[in-house]
Design a protein around this ligand. Structure first.
Ligand SMILES: *Cc1c(COP(=O)(O)O)cnc(C)c1O
Length: 389
């Protein structure tokens, strides 16, 4: 079905539950937690990740990520923690990329030691930075590209080649790119993890996670995940299937908007610096072009020092300050106040995350309306600064 089909055809058609009885256009929703045994080895149960809606949706996600299989979880962090726990054991070591989602950083630094698993963070995002941190007991390399919040780009092929040469597994948090803009499996990465709360859901009304990998890797993940129990409610599985049908359209619109805005903001006199992999000035631009299909809907920027980022966010009228991201509506956040609040000031500084940094999740609105909102907010700040002098 998916062979040779375009991305929006896969989004729309692959992996639904066929309504044999009434021929409805969409998947029927099966909420049952109890199913009669068909075969004693095939026990159907939500926490076994094998209800009809769960099984159908994993086919769509696997097709989108170019992998043999997939699993869905109750949140992005459930997907991340279940995957790490499935492939690591006492005595193992994992190398994490330095720029990492705040929740993953928190999981690594507060949980892994309890299980006798050691970890290191790289000092950069080049293959040599990962190699420098590898030990004889390293089992996993964990990357994030584009990263949060500075949109650094990691070389997928170089990292997977390094890992393969040492027999190490690679995992990527592919949330920011979404499967529309990046398919790491094509570059040899083993396990793709998503916070489906973000682009897969896309409407800021679903909390979910997803993992895509080979059939063998998913089997191993399944075996431990049924113990940890982080399955997603079928009602939300059904909603996520609906959301995925428009993911290609949404992400394309968001990426186009982000690219135009990044260029406008880059020329803006009130803005010091813009981080967006689509800008030619971005250090990862060439690499992003070679491994991404679009540059994504996320960007970040630093306001000139005279302006207070918190005042800026309060002055916006259309764009909402919000911790989450990737919805059809544009949102902004201060990483220092939200996603990276649990990280110490020194670690943040080492990563180049300044207090004045604003992360911008670009929605599907008209670029003109978004730019007008930013301009009016900056004008409010300017008049405040003048009054204060
Ligand atoms: C939000 C997010 C997560 C965590 O996902 P939840 O659904 O909130 O648990 C992980 N990684 C990235 C990059 C995210 O943006």
């Amino acid at each position: 079905m998916e062979k040779g089909r375009g991305i929006n055809t896969i989004c729309t058609h692959v992996g639904g539950v066929v309504d044999e009885r009434y021929k409805g256009a969409i998947s029927p929703l099966y909420m049952a937690t109890s199913y009669a045994f068909e075969d004693i080895d095939e026990k159907r149960y939500p926490r076994y990740f094998n209800t009809p809606n769960q099984q159908a949706l994993t086919k769509k996600i696997a097709a989108l990520e170019h992998t043999g299989d997939a699993m869905i979880f109750g949140s992005g962090m459930a997907a991340i923690s279940h995957t790490l726990m499935a492939f690591l054991k006492a005595g193992d070591h994992i190398v994490f990329q330095q720029a990492l989602y705040g929740g993953t950083y928190n999981f690594a630094t507060t949980q892994l030691e309890k299980y006798g698993i050691s970890y290191s963070f790289t000092h950069g995002w080049e293959a040599k930075d990962f190699e420098a941190k590898m030990r004889s007991n390293t089992k996993v390399i964990y990357i994030e590209t584009p990263s949060n919040p500075l949109l650094t780009i990691t070389d997928l092929k170089a990292v997977s080649d390094l890992a393969r040469s040492k027999g190490v597994l690679t995992m990527i948090d592919n949330t920011f790119a979404s499967p529309i803009n990046q398919n790491p499996a094509d570059f040899g990465i083993d396990i793709m993890i998503h916070s489906a709360t973000k682009y897969m859901g896309g409407h800021s009304d679903i909390c979910a996670g997803a993992v895509a990998a080979s059939e063998d890797h998913i089997k191993r993940l399944w075996e431990s995940s049924i113990c940890f129990g982080g399955s997603l409610s079928d009602q939300t599985v059904w909603l996520l299937e609906r959301s995925l049908k428009t993911m290609g359209l949404r992400v394309k619109a968001q990426s186009d908007n982000a690219h135009k805005l990044a260029e406008l903001l880059d020329d803006h006199t009130a803005i010091d610096k813009v981080y967006y992999p689509g800008l030619k000035s971005h250090p990862g631009h060439g690499l992003a072009k070679s491994q991404m299909k679009g540059f994504g809907g996320m960007l970040s920027f630093e306001l000139k020092e005279d302006f207070n980022p918190s005042d800026f966010m309060k002055s916006l009228q259309l764009i909402k300050p919000s911790m989450s991201l990737a919805g059809v509506e544009s949102t902004v956040t201060s990483p220092v106040m939200t996603s990276h609040a649990l990280m110490g000031e020194e670690d943040r500084k080492a990563q180049g995350i300044r207090d004045g940094l604003i992360r911008f999740s670009v929605g599907i609105e008209e670029v003109e309306d978004l730019m007008e909102d930013i301009d009016q907010a900056i004008n409010q700040l300017k008049s405040k600064t003048v009054l204060a002098q």
